[in-house]
Design a protein around this ligand. Structure first.
Ligand SMILES: *Cc1c(COP(=O)(O)O)cnc(C)c1O
Length: 499
């Protein structure tokens, strides 16, 4: 047996495609959120690998029987949790090509197309996002102007690499002995992976500075509060090095003011990164582009194509204004990778733009997505999802028992049953939190939809995110009906009297 025998490859490959086509066809029959209990698989599968080969038929049967019950169906049209992981046929087929070629494109030489196609799709995306402005003379973030784009796996990696670049270039100036003084800035709404990344690059955890946000400013990072914090920190001997600005925060999809924040940070020569992991995709539509206004003042920008741009896991797009900051801090130079192309200085070696050496031919799937759907097809998907979220928001607003927590900018609605409807006790906010938590649990337990929650400013709320590729009107209406019925039955059940 040869493990890459073309006859077997064709036969088994078709079988897996058929299996997945059936899966997508029947996906609504499964509970959206897996109902598995901890240890369910550990108990049912053998405790060692088979000695003899097994057939693809047997294995696929086991996927159906053992694996599927432990899957939360992120591609289900009734998936409204977290931020969606929007898949598509084009991206899936792109992944097949990536796996089929199975090249390791660490530098140009190791597979020239892998590098050059990545440069091309990153420039295409730059134009789609009008980064910075379409007709602006200077093309920040473009290869033609000293910058460039690279595909990472996740935002966390983009954070680590840009934090490292910023840290290294400042330490080159002020001396390594000052590493403990470096401070980085974010808000209390910034994704936790920023803190994690800052710790990984060796920032003193005490110097990961969080600016508090408040309801009165829609939980935006305030340029004034940031400036005050930086000034105080400098007085006490810290060296500000990096600011993370978020467009589309994870809890509520709120938007930090990119331009004014970049202005504050540039005055201190800080690196400014704009994290638009979820909402970045929306900015390919002209009507959403204004959320990125001021991005030309930033040092780097990233978004996750795997969240909302029909690209299967995982695919984070990162651009930097000054590629040399990145490559200087991340480049490696070993004899066995030496080659003429690199020495000529005419090529990009992406190993110097990321954490690891080996890399997949990720560009292939983005290229497939961009070509198969075109800018118009992608915009259509974004607009459809935003409109579905608008419809959901209207349904919630029309029911006086519910309240919307913050304005909706994209495809997420944050809502809860309001405390006035629930309140019987002294501490109605606490009671409202418990009620909404129970409501979410009982709705999810039906298996018909899946949503998740967050807590901001002590308020527990439900996040309803439209973003799964298969979602249509009827799924949103069904979800609302379910939430409504569940709330009605919970509100009608008398709660024990409070003391
Ligand atoms: C999802 C998300 C992240 C984390 O993305 P990973 O790619 O999983 O690291 C970071 N920031 C924001 C705003 C997000 O929504």
């Amino acid at each position: 047996m040869n493990p890459l025998d073309p006859v077997e490859f064709r036969r088994n490959g078709h079988m897996v495609i058929d299996f997945l086509a059936d899966y997508y066809q029947n996906i609504q029959n499964y509970p959206v959120k897996s109902q598995a209990k901890p240890g369910f698989l550990l108990e049912s599968l053998p405790d060692c690998a088979p000695l003899h080969p097994e057939s693809i038929e047997t294995i696929i049967n086991d996927v159906q029987r053992d694996i599927i019950p432990g899957i939360t169906h992120w591609q289900s049209p009734n998936f409204f949790a977290y931020f969606a992981s929007s898949g598509s046929t084009a991206s899936f087929l792109g992944e097949m090509l990536i796996n089929g070629f199975n090249v390791v494109g660490f530098n140009w030489e190791s597979s020239p197309a892998a590098t050059e196609l990545e440069m091309i799709v990153m420039e295409w995306l730059l134009k789609l996002l009008q980064l910075p402005n379409f007709d602006e003379f200077i093309k920040f973030f473009s290869f033609s102007n000293g910058g460039g784009g690279v595909l990472h796996g996740t935002t966390c990696e983009a954070f680590i690499c840009t934090l490292h670049a910023a840290r290294e270039s400042i330490l080159d100036h002020i001396g390594r002995e000052n590493a403990r003084k470096l401070a980085v800035y974010c808000s209390d709404q910034t994704h936790f992976s920023f803190q994690k990344s800052a710790k990984i690059v060796g920032i003193n955890p005490k110097n990961i500075r969080q600016v508090s946000t408040s309801r009165s400013s829609n939980f935006k990072l305030s340029p004034r509060l940031l400036d005050e914090m930086i000034k105080k920190d400098i007085e006490s001997g810290l060296v500000p090095v990096y600011l993370c600005v978020t467009v589309g925060t994870t809890s509520m999809a709120m938007v930090d003011p990119v331009g004014p924040l970049s202005d504050v940070s540039s005055a201190y020569n800080m690196w400014v990164h704009v994290d638009a992991a979820y909402a970045g995709t929306a900015c390919i539509c002209p009507e959403f582009r204004h959320f990125l206004n001021g991005v030309e003042g930033a040092s780097s920008f990233s978004f996750n194509a795997h969240k909302w741009m029909l690209t299967n896991q995982s695919c984070c797009c990162l651009w930097v204004k000054d590629k040399s900051a990145l490559t200087k801090s991340l480049s490696t130079n070993s004899e066995y990778l030496k080659n003429q192309a690199t020495e000529s200085g005419q090529v990009v070696d992406y190993k110097d733009w990321q954490i690891v050496l080996s890399r997949r031919f990720q560009a292939l799937k983005l290229w497939m997505v961009l070509r198969s759907y075109g800018a118009n097809g992608l915009r259509e998907v974004i607009r459809k999802h935003v409109n579905l979220a608008k419809d959901f928001q209207m349904l919630v607003s029309a029911d006086k028992r519910f309240e919307i927590i913050v304005p909706r900018y994209f495809s997420m609605v944050c809502f809860r049953v309001s405390p006035e409807v629930i309140g019987q006790c002294y501490d109605t906010e606490h009671e409202a939190n418990e009620f909404n938590q129970k409501l979410l649990q009982s709705v999810n337990a039906t298996g018909c939809v899946y949503m998740t929650h967050s807590i901001v400013g002590g308020v527990y709320f439900i996040r309803f995110v439209v973003g799964a590729t298969l979602t249509e009107d009827r799924h949103v209406i069904m979800a609302w009906k379910l939430i409504c019925d569940q709330a009605t039955s919970m509100l009608c059940t008398p709660t024990p009297k409070c003391i």
